[in-house]
Design a protein around this ligand. Structure first.
Ligand SMILES: NC(=O)c1ccc[n+]([C@@H]2O[C@H](COP(=O)([O-])OP(=O)(O)OC[C@H]3O[C@@H](n4cnc5c(N)ncnc54)[C@H](O)[C@@H]3O)[C@@H](O)[C@H]2O)c1
Length: 353
């Protein structure tokens, strides 16, 4: 079988997740890695048994063997690297969030259109078995008309890499909102097939990340904290989004707050409701059966790996065997929504998306 030759750019946490997942994709093969940190690059090349390494992404992009790249670098480097890759004739798998703002997202889409290559967003939550079954139920009309969606994504103390790029606005574009809410906002728009957020009223806060030395936590993704680093982003956000006149969404998302860890997405329809993405691990439909109020907990095989699924679809799209499952246009809608949330907070009023 022909294998798509892949270069993975960025060998941190998610670069390794992609490289491991590609090893399970039958029509893809990672042939090169790139990272600006030579020690990390050498360590990951050995770990993943990849022969070619580059410390400059431009050199990787000049390698004619490479047909496609996974872009797994900090958010501020998404647009420059994705655009350079498309201009170099490579297909691009771009991690979330798409970029820092809607204008840069439009630049990426323009580069894709000029290149004729594939561009896929790294929206892995959609690839989960649970997300697929919820979308199928919505499409089959089991919820009736959905009029409200509730999103909750609360971490008691879950700021990643405090003081590093995640918490430095110039590198990340924002805090918990752009980092984790983007997953659930994309998920609900995809599952309900509503891509027209129109107005937003929201507020973001920054209460726990600074001063860095006063942050108390149990464990830290991408840690330990950099005590002389920067924290100039949000760690809590709440808001209300209108999708035209018939659908609304309320959300609450926190990297850190004084509440229990909790996550779910809940769709409320006039025939039924469903909770998914829950920290309880349960997928529950709330409905009526034979004129009685009934909760239906769905049991299903959820052993599928979302990353393997998304990268299989990417390799297939590169080979002309399917469409990318998450498009640049959808990434742009998410960027416009995130931008409107930040603008609403700044202006202290409802704004247009
Ligand atoms: N889909 C998901 O669930 C998920 C999970 C975590 C992170 N992410 C996204 O993946 C991206 C990376 O996150 P991470 O947690 O792996 O970060 P990380 O800090 O662990 O890794 C980033 C790597 O990129 C390298 N890098 C920085 N600039 C570079 C450049 N110009 N050229 C080459 N390499 C460069 C860094 O040295 C580092 O090794 C972010 O955009 C993040 O939002 C997605």
């Amino acid at each position: 079988m022909e294998k798509v030759k892949i270069g993975v750019i960025g060998c941190g946490t998610i670069g390794s997740v992609h490289t491991n997942a590609y090893a399970k994709v039958e029509n893809a093969e990672v042939v090169a890695l790139c990272d600006i940190l030579p020690d990390r690059l050498a360590e990951k090349a050995k770990l993943h048994n990849v022969a070619k390494t580059y410390t400059d992404y431009n050199q990787l992009l000049a390698d004619p063997e490479i047909e496609a790249v996974s872009v797994c670098v900090p958010n501020n480097m998404h647009a420059p690297i994705a655009i350079a890759a498309l201009n170099a004739g490579k297909h691009v798998m771009l991690e979330k969030p798409m970029t820092l703002n809607p204008d840069l997202a439009r630049d990426i889409i323009a580069a894709r259109d000029a290149s004729g290559k594939q561009l896929q967003m790294g929206m892995v939550w959609r690839q989960k078995d649970e997300a697929e079954l919820v979308k199928e139920a919505i499409e089959a009309g089991r919820l009736g008309e959905i009029y409200q969606i509730r999103v909750k994504l609360i971490r008691r103390r879950g700021i990643p890499g405090l003081g590093g790029w995640f918490t430095t606005k110039a590198c990340s574009g924002g805090g918990g909102l752009i980092d984790i809410a983007v997953h659930f906002l994309d998920l609900v728009m995809w599952a309900s097939n509503n891509w027209n957020p129109t107005r937003v009223s929201a507020k973001v806060y920054s209460k726990f990340g600074s001063p860095i030395k006063d942050y108390h936590y149990v464990s830290m993704w991408a840690g330990p904290p950099k005590l002389d680093g920067t924290f100039d982003v949000d760690d809590y956000a709440a808001g209300f989004v209108r999708f035209g006149k018939k659908l609304t969404l309320s959300f609450e998302v926190a990297w850190a707050c004084n509440a229990e860890d909790e996550s779910y997405v809940e769709f409320l329809g006039d025939k039924g409701g469903v909770t998914c993405g829950s920290n309880t691990g349960k997928t529950i439909f709330r409905t009526e059966v034979d004129n009685h109020i009934a909760d239906v907990e769905v049991r299903y095989d959820n052993s599928g790996d979302g990353f393997v699924k998304e990268l299989t679809k990417f390799a297939n799209a590169v080979q002309g065997k399917g469409e990318v499952p998450a498009t640049g246009e959808q990434g742009l809608v998410a960027m416009r929504l995130l931008d409107a949330i930040y603008r609403s907070s700044e202006a202290d009023c409802e704004v247009e998306v």
